[in-house]
Design a protein around this ligand. Structure first.
Ligand code: PLP
Length: 371
């Protein structure tokens, strides 16, 4: 269907940027510190106090946080990591950095999150860790997942790239499993262009993560220069800089407002798209609070749906495709019955703070008129 002329295009994503950023940023740009400096420390303190998280380590993106988590979880050559195919490649590529194998578990039909029962079935003697992704910001069934992990003494890594500010049973995401990884990449709820945070649960992991994010060098060491550069473990250049940290500190002031607006939009979609033929909503339980990064739905004839929306100037997209089909992960569709069933159905519709009530009405009306 051709796009109707003179209609405003309603974007799928639009970054939120605090008004305070453009006022404050020149001060940082003209200061002595634009690399990792005091703003990075302030950001970590702020994130820690907002969500009551004892150990917060900022990094330059969530992929780096995921890689560090795998190192801290002692994932090495030949190990297996159970994970979900329904995610960004960034969740699973760091498993390969460690020369380990990604073992894909199936997902749940009503959430698209990893299925705890499938995790249980995939555990072998080689399993070293479990990665879960809170799809669209809606928390996974963490009680079940933690129970399985505890029984086998396995660390859990939460890829919380979609889930800043989400809660599971009164606990903020970031304070539940051994490791949680957040993303502030360009189209996330709040962003600094790129940025990431890793949260851990003990002092040892905290200290090691801080070393690993900067070549293995202890930046806080105050002794002589030769002792400082006694690098004992190969680290990376994964630290955040003060430009990104300044932006994020200001963005965090807006987080509650941003999440409330996103929740409101999601509620409006749920109320209005509840009974549309050929469209299914995902689960929304009261025991957890989604961060509503995406509004994902399942539709029949996804191509027809996408064409209809596109013809009316409304963007929609799958956002991520199953990872098992990438050659680096084996390059074939695995026997994952739910993943196979939903892969032609899921898509996401616009959800961001620039979406107006008029835009919402137009999206809902277009969808309700069928495709
Ligand atoms: C589920 C998931 N994990 C990880 C990432 C990687 O985040 P970053 O770009 O901050 O490395 C993304 C990025 O969109 C993502 O969607």
């Amino acid at each position: 269907m051709e796009r109707k002329k003179n209609k405003k295009v309603i974007a799928l994503f639009w970054p939120h940027m605090s008004r305070k950023v453009e006022k404050k940023l020149p001060e940082i740009l003209n200061s002595r510190w634009i690399g990792q400096g005091p703003q990075v420390d302030s950001l970590e303190r702020k994130f820690s106090s907002m969500f009551n998280l004892p150990y917060v380590v900022s990094v330059n993106n969530c992929t780096a946080a995921l890689h560090l988590s795998l190192i801290l979880a002692d994932v090495k050559d030949g190990d297996e990591v159970i994970t979900t195919p329904m995610t960004c490649s960034a969740t699973n590529i760091p498993i390969l950095y460690q020369r380990a194998r990604a073992v894909f578990a199936d997902i749940q039909e009503n959430t698209l999150n990893i299925d705890p029962n499938s995790i249980r079935q995939k555990i072998t003697d080689k399993t070293k860790a479990i990665i879960v992704v809170h799809w669209a910001g809606y928390p996974c069934d963490m009680d079940e997942i933690l129970q399985i992990a505890k029984a086998k003494n396995l660390p859990v890594i939460e890829d919380a790239a979609h889930a800043v500010g989400a809660y599971y049973k009164d606990k903020p995401i970031g304070n539940i499993s051994n490791y949680s990884c957040f993303s502030f990449q360009a189209i996330k709820q709040i962003t600094s262009g790129d940025g990431g945070i890793l949260t851990v649960q003990n002092e040892n992991d905290y200290k090691r993560a801080k070393l690993l994010r900067w070549y293995g060098i202890d930046r806080e060491f105050k002794g002589d220069i030769y002792s400082k550069y006694q690098i004992k473990e190969i680290g990376f250049k994964y630290h955040m800089n003060d430009i990104a940290a300044t932006i994020l500190i200001l963005q965090l002031d807006d987080l509650a407002k941003v999440l409330a607006r996103r929740r409101r939009i999601a509620d409006i979609y749920r109320k209005n798209l509840n009974n549309v033929a050929g469209l299914e909503l995902l689960e929304s339980k009261n025991d957890r609070q989604s961060a509503n990064w995406l509004f994902t739905i399942k539709v029949q004839d996804r191509q027809g749906f996408t064409k209809k929306l596109c013809g009316n100037g409304i963007e929609s997209h799958m956002v991520h495709v199953r990872c098992d089909i990438y050659p680096i992960f084996g390059g074939r569709k695995l026997d994952l019955p739910v993943m196979n069933k939903v892969e032609d159905k899921y898509t996401s519709i616009p959800l961001h703070t620039k979406l107006t009530d008029e835009d919402l009405k137009r999206i809902i009306k277009t969808i309700k008129s069928g495709w």
